[in-house]
Ligand binder design. Sequence first.
Ligand SMILES: C[S@@+](CC[C@H](N)C(=O)[O-])C[C@H]1O[C@@H](n2cnc3c(N)ncnc32)[C@H](O)[C@@H]1O
Length: 315
Amino acid sequence: MNTQFAMDVDAGLSQPTKSLPSKYFYDQKGDELFRQIMALPEYYLTRAEHEIFTQQTQALIEALGVSKDKHFELIELGAGDGSKTKHLLKALLSQGYQFDYLPIDISGHVLELLSESILTELPALSLRGQQGDYFEILQDLKDRDSSKVVLFLGSNIGNMSDEQAAQFIYSLGANLSEGDKLLLGADLIKPVDIVLPAYNDAQGVTKAFNMNLLHRMNRELGANFVVDQFDHFPEYTEEEGIAKSAIISKVDQQVTIDSLNKTYSFAAGEKIHVEISRKYNHQVLASILKDTDFTIADTLTDSQGYFADFVLARH
Ligand SMILES: C[S@@+](CC[C@H](N)C(=O)[O-])C[C@H]1O[C@@H](n2cnc3c(N)ncnc32)[C@H](O)[C@@H]1O
């Protein structure tokens, strides 16, 4: 049994406003569903960032400020399938940059797939993957000599509240040195008719992705969620700029989790908050950065202005 998972579930379901940490989406089934989400017509985020990585690769390399005669570490937090990063790695290698690529992901399964696919295409790449929670692995970054470029792509930062993002970037800064860079992929604030369908696709893949959390608790913690008695509940307003996904209970019901030896009550209409996706603009980012050691050095956006890769410099 995954004790940490059980403890986190208990903590989240015992609050007056129930929630579950989004990192538990990513078991083997969740990894597969997320790959399907990235290919959905409504999920513009991956395509937009992919466009930046393929159409503006050179501008990206220049913005990162790396030099061909100085070794650096390219560290990717929550690397996923690395499909965008691959274009950057390829260009860096072909231009003779000297670097190690260190992808970090909580999912060992995803890391294996990533290593296999990238090394097949780029056998000369020095790749050292590390499985774990990036909040914890951050600590290990500090004592290494090389200069560092940290990638945090795919709107991963959007899964944090502004306070958490500020704290996260602050800690990252504390583990980096002057001149190091952070490439932050963030989805931009835009109208509801573009954003909401990305979290409520017609095929129901996002719903299946969220509901997988209930299945996962049934499988791994001996819970008895009747999944059909819950529904997927996404919300977004442009004023607030935060897409929110919840699982909503359709009826009054109780669920027992054997491994915790506990029963939880859900009222009809009660939500379990599972994920937020914060959308950004310069003002939001500047306010998050104000007490950190980073400044915005450059901004690359896709041709539709949907998504931005912000290059942040550690001063
Ligand atoms: C939304 S996907 C983005 C993947 C990739 N960065 C991209 O842009 O396509 C999030 C990835 O981060 C990983 N992840 C989520 N929370 C994590 C955590 N706390 N520590 C490490 N990895 C995490 C997941 O396993 C998943 O592969």
